[in-house]
Ligand binder design. Structure first.
Ligand code: SAH
Length: 309
């Protein structure tokens, strides 16, 4: 366990999202202000702007209360993580209010993930802080905290909580992550978890509608260190490379060379590899022209595809 873990000030049980219980209706799209859709920079420019750009002030009066509280929790967590002298968050946001079901079920989800072998306390705390139910369509929200992947539309899925935690744990390896690249934003859930363990997160999605969905899901949470990019993740983002961590949420038959080239020396890439039978592969860049690879465990992911749609 690294020194960074010890500085982490929040016990797992202290992060509460009292906005909404699972099973409540969920329609982040209808709750979003029009102005929130105006920032298209992330899909165009070489250096996409943070998700918060253009919506400061607009959100407070129009977004969902649950998302606002989640945002406060996430920002509090980020603040305390990156500035060791800051004070821990209060245990409860307001006295007398009762945590809803989502808090307890999220804690139970994290406990199951830990039981399955994930030990990294920073990753577990991040999983507990991110309200997974806010990334899931209303019809499936009651299943948000089961340990399974769930459909997010366009034949894609939000990854199973265990595998999200395990891959980030492997990539982090107890160290400090400055710049991380995610291939396959999907609904944006994993990007939100990553934002709590890395200083800067870049995430690429090839399906425009999912890129937009992730923006819609993430924007009310006002996470300043995520940049979403619409494009082919197999090409990476050479303009902002190198990355000290790269994580793929879709499986190719091999890891694209462009991504290996964008790892910093000492950087770690974690990817599902294979077709019907897939394994998690860890690739470490040991020198300019040298990478080492380790097979970790079996997994099952949607396929990595070329190009954009
Ligand atoms: N991390 C996501 C999981 C999404 S599933 C989450 O938390 O929800 C994997 C995603 O990878 C899909 O959205 C799929 O469209 C995307 N994908 C597949 N190939 C890709 C590519 N070449 N570039 C970018 N995204 C890709």
């Amino acid at each position: 366990m690294s020194g960074k873990d010890k500085r982490f000030p929040l016990p797992l049980s202290s992060i509460v999202d009292k906005g909404r219980g699972i099973g409540a209706s969920h329609s982040p799209k209808t709750a979003m202000p029009q102005t929130a859709m105006q920032n298209q920079n992330a899909s165009r420019g070489l250096a996409p702007k943070p998700l918060t750009a253009g919506i400061a002030g607009a959100y407070g009066s129009t977004g969902t209360p649950a998302a606002a509280r989640a945002a406060a929790d996430i920002r509090g967590l980020q603040h305390s993580q990156h500035s060791p002298q800051s004070k821990p968050l209060p245990q409860q946001v307001s006295a007398g209010s009762r945590p809803l079901v989502s808090d307890a079920v999220r804690r139970a989800m994290v406990a199951r993930v830990a039981q399955q072998g994930v030990k990294d306390s920073l990753v577990l705390a991040a999983m507990e802080a991110v309200p997974r139910h806010l990334f899931i369509e209303s019809g499936l929200v009651s299943q948000a905290y089961i340990d399974a992947s769930l459909p997010i539309g366009h034949h894609q899925t939000i990854s199973q909580p265990y595998i999200v935690a395990r891959m980030i744990e492997i990539m982090r390896n107890g160290g400090t992550l400055n710049r991380v690249l995610e291939i396959g934003t999907g609904c944006g859930y994993q990007a939100a978890v990553l934002s709590l363990v890395a200083k800067d997160v870049y995430s690429i999605e090839r399906i425009k509608a999912l890129h937009e969905l992730a923006k819609t899901n993430l924007r009310p949470m006002r996470i300043a260190n995520i940049r979403l990019h619409y494009g082919d993740g197999m090409l990476g983002m050479p303009q902002v490379a190198p990355f000290d961590g790269i994580i793929l949420a879709a499986a190719g038959m091999e890891v694209p060379q462009a991504l290996l080239d964008q790892l910093s020396i000492g950087g770690r890439l974690i990817a599902p590899v294979g077709g019907r039978n897939q394994v998690l592969q860890l690739v470490q860049r040991v020198a300019k022209n040298e990478w080492s690879s380790t097979v970790m465990e079996q997994c099952h992911f949607v396929p990595l595809h070329k190009g954009v749609i």
